[in-house]
Design a protein around this ligand. Structure first.
Ligand SMILES: Cc1cc2nc3c(=O)[nH]c(=O)nc-3n(C[C@H](O)[C@H](O)[C@H](O)COP(=O)(O)OP(=O)(O)OC[C@H]3O[C@@H](n4cnc5c(N)ncnc54)[C@H](O)[C@@H]3O)c2cc1C
Length: 779
């Protein structure tokens, strides 16, 4: 295994289920030991196109019974366990047919009580049985007709693209028996079966089966046959998706290794920024697919059936196929000509990807299926009296964490429903302090102003899982962001780095809203290159004298305090001479000048400092150590910026406009909408994977920037879709006229523009991931 493969963090690397973690470790170990890539060339054209000995090893490890529960001798690890195995097999492009038999056939046979012997044969590795539906996208029972003679049905018809073809021991054939769906078992070599082998891109074969009065055994008959097909198909698509994620991971790691060593123009090609950014996008595609597949498998293990299971499979199938296609494209391209040769292992994985994509559905096929199943509809508005019975509940002993999660959720939901002034949510711009201070006072009085702060400082002291519930409930209701830098930035920072006096002075005032904070980092010539900032602080007795200018300071016109980065040592290296100071805006020499944004709103300001005298006691942490302090805040900021809230709201706005303007019946609009809905669901899955990490008490690494990139770029694209759905009225400041009233199409567009810029621009985030996560070389 390559270095990079060991070091790229993936969402699936760990979770809170020990059994799955053990299974993953043992699967990775087996694949690395017994299924090395070198064997793949030797297996091309072989009969069967996989190793029987390795297949028996897998049976002994219990893998072929992965879908069976423990009582029946299976592993009892559910679909999530099967996906763990499939993903590991994908990383070595293993041709062993785990998904075809141990998942698809086994799941189908789950529905028939009489098939115990057959299932045992599959689990033991004795019998390779595959499913042969009539069509993967149409009616699976359409192409074979069965007639019942004495006890055995006789089959006539043709089945295309049957996996493994002549290399299977038996096929589970979908047929229509006297007009009713049925599953039948046809043994290899049975009279009346002609197998026409079709060589495939990866050196294996599938087959066209021609059935001419062939004798079969009836396995399942009636509507249960259709349900069994849907369940087997959903499970197989999910595991094939996991397999694709494995293929994609290896393609990416091979490419990372290659660009780290291949030199052109005197340097490793992996040091070129254009390639680094493309590799970060490939990595993002991998992480999205991983997160979606993990979530969808859990959905099925949680009991989803029928339409819900099909929808989960479409989501995972789409995301994994699309991600794999993009990564395969980059893998060939970034290897240059060698990537196009048969000598290079990239080709083995690309060819395997082609076969899996054709067998389980390429991205567009899954998108079409998903689109068919959803309707474009804005979320229903809540009506009737909200339940407020728990709104004023006090936790036992003042400890919110002592409540169970559901009760806590209800307290937060009900209190907000009863107290939040809904008119705040209707503003088409960032809310001003004068407009929301009363609301903030209500939050403060209830003790909800600082959910993440410890109780000794007046916060709620929420554990990570409760904090996420708090955030989720507020987002659900669309609660606006009040000036919160004091709570989310300054407070935590002072608790960690501030002196006892600073904590005693500033924390209560930040909590009560007496102090409103703004962030003074950027300067006219220090944006992305923040370390080049020049606002100076020169010591004079017990004071710093500050001169210079900050810019893009959000809502500085409403603030009365600034946390600020200043240069205290002009001789030191850029990052080493910076300090972190707190500045009271009441100090003489400060001028705040609002700047209008392209929407015409005064959202940020320039702040000028002219001999501003700040007590040295306002220095936070050590002199010249401000850079380290400022950096500590960024991880959580990126998690909050990466929240799916804006995208979810934007999708709802697009739906509202599309329905109001009758575009929901337009196929182009419907397809674009479905695509965006998939993206928003993928973002949610990625967000959940980071939230799970935080819930486990782990600090997210530099890969958290992926969230910020995908959230802000999806939002940016969605905001343009909203303009499209708004039609000719989209640029009207007072909204698009619809029968339900005016709907604003402009605000999301304006709101989405700066998201890829602030909080560290997306290009800078890509630079960070390239270096800190993918470990790509420097120029
Ligand atoms: C709405 C909004 C609110 C803000 N609020 C605040 C605030 O409250 N406090 C505060 O201090 N700042 C704030 N900012 C400033 C923000 O942090 C900066 O805008 C951001 O860091 C980018 O700096 P810049 O605008 O100078 O762009 P530049 O650094 O000049 O970048 C211009 C373009 O070049 C790209 N670029 C620059 N360097 C590289 C590189 N090495 N590799 C690849 N591409 C590169 C950038 O990604 C960008 O696309 C805010 C910005 C906005 C838009």
């Amino acid at each position: 295994m390559s270095m990079a493969m060991d070091t790229i963090p993936t969402a699936a690397a760990a979770n809170d289920d020990d059994t799955l973690n053990l299974l993953r470790d043992s699967a990775q170990d087996f694949c690395a030991r017994a299924l090395e890539r070198g064997r793949l060339r030797g297996l091309r054209g072989a009969t069967p196109p996989f190793e029987r000995a390795r297949w028996r090893d897998m049976a002994e490890l219990g893998w072929l019974g992965v879908m069976r529960d423990e009582a029946r001798g299976g592993l009892g690890v559910g679909l999530r366990g099967a996906a763990v195995l499939a993903r590991a097999l994908g990383t070595v492009a293993a041709p062993e047919p785990l998904v075809e038999t141990a998942v698809a056939a086994m799941r189908l046979l789950d529905a028939c009580a009489a098939s115990d012997a057959l299932r045992a044969g599959i689990a033991d590795g004795e019998r390779v049985v595959v499913v042969a539906p009539g069509a993967i996208d149409g009616d699976p029972f359409a192409t074979v007709a069965a007639t019942q003679t004495s006890r055995s049905p006789r089959l006539r018809g043709v089945l295309d693209a049957v996996p493994l073809g002549a290399d299977a021991d038996a096929w589970l054939v979908a047929a229509r028996l006297d007009g009713v769906p049925a599953w039948t078992l046809v043994e290899a070599g049975a009279a009346g079966v002609t197998v026409e082998a079709r060589p495939l891109a990866d050196g294996s074969r599938d087959a066209r089966l021609v059935l001419d009065d062939c004798v079969a055994t009836l396995v399942l008959h009636g509507e249960a046959a259709r349900d069994a097909h849907d369940a087997a198909r959903a499970s197989a698509v999910l595991c094939a998706s996991a397999y694709q994620v494995g293929l994609a991971e290896t393609l990416l790691t091979m490419t990372l290794d290659y660009v780290g060593t291949r030199r052109q123009f005197g340097q490793a090609i992996g040091s070129f920024q254009v390639l680094q950014h493309r590799l970060v996008d490939a990595y993002l595609a991998l992480r999205l697919a991983d997160a979606v597949v993990t979530e969808c498998c859990a959905t099925l293990d949680g009991g989803a059936r029928g339409a819900a299971a099909t929808r989960a499979a479409s989501r995972a199938g789409h995301r994994s196929a699309e991600s794999l296609a993009a990564i395969a494209r980059e893998a060939v391209q970034l290897h240059g000509a060698i990537g196009y040769t048969d000598e290079c292992d990239v080709g083995l994985f690309v060819n395997r990807a082609l076969v899996i994509g054709a067998r389980y559905g390429r991205a567009d096929a899954h998108l079409a299926r998903y689109a068919e199943a959803i309707t474009i509809a804005p979320p229903a508005t809540r009506s009737g009296e909200a339940d407020t019975s728990l709104a004023d509940l006090e936790p036992p002993g003042g400890d919110w964490n002592a409540l169970d999660n559901e009760t806590f959720r209800q307290v937060i939901r009900q209190w907000h429903a009863a107290n939040y002034p809904a008119e705040l949510g209707k503003l088409r711009r960032r809310v001003r302090w004068a407009e929301c201070r009363q609301w903030y006072a209500r939050l403060y009085q209830r003790g909800f102003a600082a959910p993440g702060w410890p109780t000794r400082h007046g916060g709620m002291g929420l554990a990570p899982d409760k904090l996420l519930i708090f955030i989720e409930e507020r987002e659900r209701l669309g609660v606006v962001r009040t000036p919160d830098q004091g709570i989310i930035m300054v407070g935590p920072l002072l608790m960690q780095h501030g002196s006892a006096e600073q904590q005693a002075h500033y924390l209560p005032k930040a909590l009560s809203g007496e102090h409103i904070w703004c962030q003074g980092y950027s300067e006219p010539n220090a944006g992305s290159d923040l370390a080049s900032l020049r606002t100076s602080a020169v010591r004079d007795g017990d004071e710093f004298v500050i001169n210079g200018q900050k810019i893009w300071t959000t809502m500085a016109q409403d603030a009365n305090q600034m946390f600020c980065l200043v240069r205290t040592d002009p001789e030191a290296k850029p990052q080493a001479g910076i300090s972190f100071v707190l500045i009271d805006f009441a100090t003489p020499g400060i001028t705040v000048r609002p700047i209008r944004n392209i929407a015409g709103d005064e959202e940020f300001c320039e702040v000028f400092f002219d001999d501003v005298r700040v007590p040295c006691n306002n220095l936070v942490g050590k002199l010249n150590d401000g850079w380290t302090i400022a950096k500590a805040l960024l991880g959580f900021e990126r998690f909050f910026i990466g929240s799916p809230k804006q995208c979810r709201n934007a999708l709802a706005r697009a739906a509202e406009l599309a329905v109001a303007r009758g575009l929901d019946a337009d196929p182009v609009c419907a397809s674009r909408y479905a695509r965006f809905a998939l993206d928003v669901e993928s973002l949610e899955a990625l967000y959940t994977s980071f939230a799970d990490q935080i819930r486990r008490g782990e600090m997210p690494g530099a890969d958290i920037s992926l969230l910020k990139i995908f959230a802000s770029e999806t939002f940016a694209r969605l905001s343009e879709f909203i303009l499209d759905t708004g039609g000719a009225g989209a640029a009207q400041l007072d909204g698009v006229d619809t029968q339900a009233g005016a709907v604003d199409a402009l605000f999301p567009y304006y709101n989405a523009r700066p998201a890829p810029i602030y909080g560290g621009s997306n290009e800078i985030q890509r630079n960070i991931i390239a270096k800190a996560v993918l470990r790509l070389p420097s120029a």
